[in-house]
Design a protein around this ligand. Structure first.
Ligand SMILES: CC(=O)SCCNC(=O)CCNC(=O)[C@H](O)C(C)(C)COP(=O)(O)OP(=O)(O)OC[C@H]1O[C@@H](n2cnc3c(N)ncnc32)[C@H](O)[C@@H]1OP(=O)(O)O
Ligand SMILES: O=C([O-])CC(=O)C(=O)O
Length: 371
């Protein structure tokens, strides 16, 4: 057996043609993320991840229709959400509701490729509806039905607030969704592939992935960044706060990355959005604080912001509640998870690495009365 690498760092565990990170450049199906973020729409990106090519106009129109038709969630799942504690963790609520969706999908156990694609469409369509329904129900409000002729992003903002969303907010959120859609063999995608590689179903794969994304070392970092910014409170407090954290050898959320050592190519887009949205809303505090932190961490630790760092101030400018930041990451990343699940099942083999045993050996079994 070869020696283990802590956290599987540097281990190539599979081949994939969904997305790549080569020399710090991120591509989805070979298309640079910068181009997709500048010119694409989220639905186009989802189509690209699943079908390996950008859709033409007819394909895109049909695809958007299929998605929007699937946005409504079963009443049984809505009834379950009504029973969730009002202060439930939003990712735990999403994980539970997504798992429940399987119970009301007649095709849940059908592992044909066609059925798995239909389930991917349903999951992509229903996850934003679950998030907004949960957010409204906990505030004592009724869920809102999505509109039939609108995008996923429009419908998410509309069903969250009940108001006609601002075109600037739609554009910003759509770009954030594109930037978060896929990321090679990140922890949650790996979890989804491990799950379906046992020939378990797509809902199980996505439920595993949501549980994995929740942690603050992964997707949960966007919420943790906002907790930090709120704790800092004022621009003047940013420097002493960070100094103290560094002195105490605490991690600064939103910095560092297992794969990128010279910077996350998504962060520049989110930084620009954070600045522009700050200017539009007239609240620059979060952006200004973030730039102070970035300068300090870059200088003192040589670490760069990752995708989660500026997402926090972007979503805050969009008036999205802090605990929905990571669920929004899941709303985007389910496109990548399902693309990887389909790829895994196309050429499946059980994923089962080894562990090097380092525990005691030749231990006697001691009878219970003698322990
Ligand atoms: C979408 C995403 O998932 S992006 C990542 C989101 N997560 C975060 O932002 C959480 C903060 N960042 C981190 O915890 C890490 O950088 C990770 C989890 C992203 C990457 O982890 P790893 O590749 O395992 O790096 P690891 O945690 O071993 O760090 C290597 C060194 O850099 C330091 N370091 C890494 N990130 C940070 C940070 N954010 N703040 C302070 N120090 C850090 C570690 O303390 C460690 O130092 P040491 O060698 O002196 O012990
Ligand atoms: O790739 C990773 O390890 C984490 C990450 O940035 C992502 O999932 O977007």
């Amino acid at each position: 057996m070869t020696a283990p690498t802590k956290g599987l760092e540097g281990i190539v565990a599979t081949t994939s043609s969904v997305s790549s990170i080569i020399d710090g450049v991120l591509t989805y199906r070979g298309i640079n993320i910068d181009d997709l973020a500048e010119k694409g729409t989220f639905e186009e990106v989802v189509y690209l991840l699943w079908y390996g090519k950008l859709p033409n106009q007819t394909e895109l129109t049909e695809f958007k229709k299929q998605i929007v038709e699937n946005m409504v969630i079963p009443n049984e799942v809505l009834d379950q959400i009504r029973l969730f504690p009002k202060d439930a963790n939003a990712m735990a609520a999403l994980r539970t509701a997504v798992s429940s969706l399987a119970l009301y999908d007649e095709e849940a156990e059908d592992m044909s490729k066609e059925a798995n694609i239909r389930k991917a469409i349903r999951l992509q369509a229903k996850i934003p509806t679950i998030i907004s329904a949960f957010a409204r129900i906990r505030e004592g409000k009724e869920p809102i039905q999505p509109k039939k002729d609108a995008s996923l992003c429009y419908n998410f903002l509309y069903t969250l607030t009940g108001d006609e969303p601002d075109p600037i907010a739609i554009e910003a959120l759509d770009k954030a969704l594109i930037l978060h859609a896929d990321h090679e063999l990140n922890a949650s995608t790996f979890a989804s592939r491990v799950t379906v590689a046992t020939l378990s179903d797509v809902y199980s794969g996505v439920t595993s992935a949501i549980g994995t994304l929740k942690g603050p070392l992964h997707g949960g970092a966007n919420e943790a960044v906002m907790v930090m910014l709120e704790e800092i409170g004022t621009i003047e407090n940013a420097e002493p706060y960070i100094e103290k954290k560094l002195e105490n050898k605490e991690k600064i959320m939103g910095f560092g990355h297992r794969v990128y050592k010279t910077g996350d190519p998504r962060a520049k887009h989110l930084q620009k959005m954070s600045y522009e949205l700050g200017k539009i809303t007239g609240e620059m505090k979060w952006y200004d604080m973030s730039t102070i932190i970035e300068k300090m961490i870059t200088e003192k630790k040589g670490l760069k912001p990752n995708t989660d760092f500026y997402s926090a101030s972007v979503y805050t400018s969009l008036q999205i509640p802090r605990d929905l930041f990571t669920p929004i990451f899941a709303f985007s990343r389910v496109s990548g998870w399902t693309a990887h699940i389909l790829e895994q099942l196309d050429n499946n083999r059980l994923i089962r690495p080894r562990a090097e045993y380092i525990g005691p050996s030749s231990q006697p079994y001691v009878d219970i009365e003698n322990r």
